[in-house]
Design a protein around this ligand. Structure first.
Ligand SMILES: [Zn+2]
Length: 140
């Protein structure tokens, strides 16, 4: 069975279990969480959240990017969230590279010039959270 087939089968079971909950569209806690896409991070379980409790927005490193801001504006202005949690974590993939070498790697491997792209790597978690909180406080 392919992963896709497994996902479809799991989704049928999920819909059978949760399909009739009729939860409100707006998150119950009025919280939006910005966090990493790391597959080891199960945000709902880690924070004790249930379905419908919070918006969970994810990308590489849990960084505040232009598209993260777009989602946060919708979350706050259309869906009623009032608090934002920035959640970075230890042993993050964003701590495993630096822009320059990664840009060179992509040029060699894929033949693309991404020399102007900041992939937002970081070394210090507290510093990266402060940077992202600063970015948010100047916008929202
Ligand atoms: Zn991560």
């Amino acid at each position: 069975m392919s992963y896709f087939e497994q996902f479809m089968q799991a989704n049928q079971a999920y819909v059978a279990l949760h399909g009739q909950l009729n939860l409100p569209l707006k998150p119950k806690t009025r919280v939006a969480i910005v966090t990493c896409m790391d597959s080891r991070l199960h945000v709902a379980q880690a924070l004790g959240l249930a379905l419908g409790d919070a918006h969970i927005l994810r990308n590489a490193g849990g960084r505040v990017t232009e598209d993260m801001i777009r989602s946060l504006v919708i979350s706050q202005q259309q869906m009623g969230t009032r608090e934002i949690v920035v959640l970075h974590h230890t042993d993050c993939g964003a701590q495993t590279f630096e822009n320059g070498p990664f840009q060179e790697y992509l040029k060699e491997e894929l033949g693309v010039d991404v020399s102007d792209q900041d992939f937002l790597p970081f070394q210090d978690i507290e510093e990266s959270v402060r940077e992202d909180m600063q970015a948010l406080s100047s916008l929202l």
